[in-house]
Ligand binder design. Structure first.
Ligand code: ATP
Length: 359
């Protein structure tokens, strides 16, 4: 059955890495129809009314599926972040970033790691509830806090961290179900509840409740700082890590670095009705337009998409092809070469060709 997928190339290296992923997915024989849409600066340049046009949201809601490249937010567009707005509009509440070391390319240090970071994406310090230093509203807030016993410097800026039981429960329920469906053995709840009892404490209490509804999966709890240390020192002890928004943002980048860089780390954002797949990396402006970006993170995001729509065989084939090309270490992009050397490195499309040949 033909499946329609909204394709958002994004900007910077986005166009070339999404082209690569579409070529690989098409080469599997799975019948996908790409419904291409622009967001961010490329959309504004073509006369769109906003960096996040309504037609893009309508397309994703209709298909329930999107593959997205990295998107930068044009300054002065009235948007704090197009990526955050996209997640909010589509009610994508859980982000999954699997990080598995795949091979030993000469010169690239990677740990033996198979970790999945799942983060809540609607709340926490990234909610955008910000009070700038010196503003009248900030002074009012500080005055109110002071009368309630808080010691806040009068010139402080304030970012607020809301975490609710309801949003946590929704994400945790998804995370436990996802872990079970993927055959994972343990879920670790990551927090700093010793310091932030009102927010992280609530997250942990909710996690305990939700874990009781998902028997058969081991659960443990770890503080975020100790988890970061363990991720670096003994990653083989970790499996699925579930946490609030900000810790997940940071630890997923640590995990990506542990497997050899953001160029290899895929990602997926899930809501009740929509799933959107995108690489962990950004637009990489310094290498944009040079055709040298590593396409693997976006191709593996495509693998997550294939699994999501039940195309497990095609997903396995793409993963094996990627693994084979990485293990060869010959036709890989510069970031996977010893010393990140451009000479002898494959371009984005040459590495993509190598993967397609291995399918
Ligand atoms: P953003 O704010 O959009 O996340 P950033 O500059 O903070 O952007 P990235 O764009 O992810 O972060 O870039 C981080 C580093 O990784 C840069 O040195 C970039 O060139 C490199 N990089 C990112 N993606 C790739 C890729 N696909 N292939 C090769 N190098 C990459």
């Amino acid at each position: 059955m033909r499946r329609s997928v909204t394709l958002i190339p994004g900007d910077g290296i986005g166009q070339s890495v999404t082209d690569a992923a579409c070529r690989v997915l098409d080469a599997t024989g799975v019948d996908l129809e790409w419904d291409r849409h622009l967001v961010g600066a490329p959309a504004l340049e073509r006369g769109a009314e906003s960096p996040l046009p309504e037609s893009v949201l309508a397309s994703i809601r209709e298909h329930g599926l999107a593959l997205k490249g990295p998107v930068a937010t044009p300054s002065g567009s009235g948007f704090r972040s197009v990526n955050v707005a996209l997640r909010r509009e589509l009610d994508l509440f859980a982000q999954v970033r699997p990080c598995r070391s795949r091979r030993s390319t000469p010169g690239l240090r990677t740990a033996d790691i198979d970790v999945v970071v799942v983060r809540e994406t609607t709340e926490d310090l990234y909610s955008g509830i910000e009070y700038a230093s010196g503003e009248p509203a900030t002074r009012e807030l500080i005055a109110w806090l002071t009368t309630h016993g808080a010691a806040v410097h009068p010139d402080a800026g304030i970012s607020i961290k809301p975490i609710s039981g309801s949003a946590s429960r929704r994400m945790l329920d998804f995370a436990f179900s996802w872990a079970r469906d993927q055959g994972r053995r343990r879920v670790t709840i990551v927090h700093k509840a010793t310091v932030m009892r009102a927010t992280d404490g609530l997250f942990v209490t909710t996690a305990r409740e939700v874990s009781r509804e998902h028997p058969g999966i081991d659960v443990d709890e770890r503080q975020v700082d100790l988890t970061a240390a363990l991720l670096v020192a003994r990653p083989e002890e970790l499996d699925v890590l579930v946490m609030p928004n900000q810790y997940g943002d940071i630890l997923s980048d640590v995990a990506a670095a542990m497997i050899g860089g953001v160029g290899l780390a895929p990602g997926a954002n899930y809501g009740d009705a929509v799933a959107m797949f995108e690489p962990a990396h950004g637009t990489a402006p310094r290498i944009a337009d040079r055709g040298i970006a590593n396409p693997v993170a976006t191709i593996l995001s495509g693998v997550l998409l294939l699994r999501h729509i039940g195309e497990a065989d095609a997903a396995d084939r793409v993963e094996r092809a990627v693994d084979a090309v990485l293990a060869d270490g010959e036709r890989v992009t510069y970031d996977l070469r010893p010393g990140r050397d451009l000479s002898g490195a494959a371009t984005t499309s040459e590495m993509t060709d190598a993967i397609i040949e291995r399918l």
